[in-house]
Write a protein that binds this ligand. Structure first.
Ligand SMILES: [Fe+2]
Ligand SMILES: [Fe+2]
Length: 311
């Protein structure tokens, strides 16, 4: 009976809300996906946060601060959305800090030059948009609604990244070379953001049935390649893939094979910055303990005062 009602809602594109009955596996899948998404937003602040003090001008610094703050906001919406599924914020944070929960492996790569701020916005936020726009129609209400605002902000992020690279590409030969170098380093990891091939992605089919996922990993990756290949032309940059070629029959770009050994290696925690990122998160959490304690003490004090006034 409950299952039938749930299936009917999915069928009719009616959102599933926190108080509705849902299959336990649906709930667990969403907890995993939404919390990983939240962790990715928060850990994603680190490579760019590192460049705020070194931004080349006041204007660039303002833009980058705004962008990094947006990511914090995305993390907070998503943690809140996950909490509606019956997991606490503390549990999620513990899972991140213990290494049990994953976050997007892209953030385990270092941001070594200013051009990386451009490449991250253009490619990483660009890939995020490809993944996230279909999630605005995900079947779970709180998740889909959080995605609407997030996507609006992500499209600003992508544009700011593209614009950084455009400026560098119109600058000196050294600046253009710096842009190309950042592109070379971020291209393949950004393709990995879409996850394994459909044939190696065991959860895809179930997630598509549940209408959490609307397009497969390979479909989304292809769309991303098609978009970036065109935008690279505008920048005058070369996609670092000798196999990239327009396929007239498919009406898509063909592209080379991803290094899956590298992908799995980073997922398993052996990427260039995995340890650094988790250490930074743990340290921030410990150093913020007094803020959380003060907030609880204040809330208790207020509740007590209200009780006294009511008496
Ligand atoms: Fe974000
Ligand atoms: Fe973003």
């Amino acid at each position: 009976m409950e299952q039938a009602l749930f299936d009917q809602k999915l069928e009719q594109e009616i959102r599933i809300e926190p108080r509705d009955w849902m299959p336990e596996k649906y709930r667990q899948t969403l907890i995993r996906q939404v919390s990983q998404h939240a962790h990715s937003e928060i850990v994603g602040m680190l490579p760019e946060g590192n460049w705020i003090s070194r931004a080349p001008s006041l204007k660039r610094k303002q833009i980058l601060i705004a962008k990094v703050q947006d990511e914090a906001g995305h993390g907070l919406y998503l943690y809140s959305a996950a909490e509606t599924l019956g997991i606490s914020r503390d549990e999620m944070i513990d899972q991140l800090h213990s290494g049990k929960a994953k976050y997007s492996s892209i953030f385990n790569y270092p941001a070594t030059t200013w051009a990386d701020m451009g490449a991250i916005g253009w490619l990483v936020d660009g890939a995020a948009i490809m993944n996230q726009v279909p999630l605005t129609r995900a079947s779970y209400g709180p998740y889909s609604r959080a995605m609407i605002r997030i996507c609006k902000e992500e499209s600003f992020h992508q544009r700011q990244g593209f614009e950084i690279l455009l400026m560098l590409c119109q600058g000196s030969p050294e600046q253009k070379a710096m842009a190309q170098d950042a592109f070379n380093r971020w291209w393949w990891p950004s393709l990995m953001m879409f996850g394994p091939h459909d044939s190696d992605s065991p959860h895809t089919e179930q997630s598509m049935q549940w209408k959490i996922k609307r397009f497969s990993n390979d479909e989304l990756r292809q769309r991303f390649v098609d978009m970036i290949a065109e935008q690279a032309n505008v920048l005058g940059l070369t996609v670092p893939d000798p196999d990239l070629k327009w396929n007239e029959e498919r009406k898509h770009y063909d592209f080379g094979e991803i290094n899956w050994d590298e992908f799995w290696n980073v997922v398993k925690g052996n990427g260039p910055c995995n340890k650094e990122r988790l250490d930074a998160r743990r340290k921030a959490h410990e150093e913020g303990a007094w803020v959380r304690e003060a907030a609880v003490a204040y809330a208790n004090k207020r509740a007590m005062r209200q009780k006294q006034e009511a008496a």
